[in-house]
Design a protein around this ligand. Sequence first.
Ligand SMILES: *Cc1c(COP(=O)(O)O)cnc(C)c1O
Length: 390
Amino acid sequence: MFELCLEKNKSFIQKTKKLENFIPVNRPILKGNEKKYVNECIESGWISSEGSFVKRFEEKFATYVERRFGIAVCNGSVALDVAINALGIKEGDEVIMPTFTIISCAAALVRAGAIPVLVDSDPITWNMNVEQIEKNITEKTKAIMVVHIYGLPVDLDPILNLAKKHKLKIIEDAAQMHGQNYKSKKCGSFGDVSTFSFYPNKHITTGEGGMVLTDDENLSEKCRSLRNLCFKKEKRFVHDELGFNFRMTNIQAALGLAQLEQIDRFIDVKREMGKFYTKNLKENLNIDLPLESTNYAQNIYWVYGIVLNQQFKFDAENIMQKLNVKGIGTRPFFWCMHEQPVFKKLGFFKNQKFPIAENLARRGFYIPSGLGLKRTEMERVCSVLKEVLR
Ligand SMILES: *Cc1c(COP(=O)(O)O)cnc(C)c1O
């Protein structure tokens, strides 16, 4: 499981093998009913998406997020493709989104032929700068893609007002926000369509997996159809539209259901971790830490990010290397969308600059923050980090 989580970065695995007591950046907890439910899949033979766990997981998760419909898919990236296609976003449409996020958000738009229009980050919350949205609205704008970053939600009220005023749709990427609230309502309950991921570093995991959520019955049916190749209801193997096979397996959903049973405890564990790190690191003058709370939410610490101050002479890459040698796993922050070679090649974002996000990308990284992290490990992370930053 340890290695599974590091799969996304092979070079880290090679280095980590040298150190016995290496602290990985993430280790999930799979100690509830996971084994029991997965065994049920195997013993009953129901391993495809047709099994009953898929429906149960969809219903339970939708209820948890206070939504009417949940459509399970095979990961959080394709959940965005489904959301965008279901909303009818197409060639030439503009969608406003943060530059500081994972590529999945912009990639899904570009695949649909749409144009991502970027805004910078807020230096304190690291979320999209809400004030930059309105001036980017044109007659081509169809939607705003809200992406909650690292543990604090985006300030949603001003965005919801803008969407109403300009008749725009909201796509809410809540892949880092399972269990988080904006004011007193669940994150993932705000988008016309909202999406989640269940990758092993998320608050609950299905190994690979995702979900699309909505309250609109028509949209939910479109999502279901898009997920399953757009088979015609009346006649199988006849298709009026192009869909995808983005189905989730029963085994994944079995894991998800077992994980969901534990989510409240997982959130507590994350908040405890965040509090511990902040208490132990806040005296260090060289770094900015995640904000503990705003007037609309308390940080859930999906990951515990650190940003090196301007006056600090090294960048994140340098510090991450030093930590790695000392047995502490880290990950860099996102790399901005306007600086992605693939989008440059496609002619997007020419000469665009977003200084706050560029700084976060260069000077930010996150330290071990998984659910399986032990107190003694957190203590070692803090002491090694202080030593390296001195
Ligand atoms: C993890 C994540 C995704 C992608 O999810 P996968 O399941 O890895 O495809 C999308 N958006 C955000 C904000 C994420 O954190």
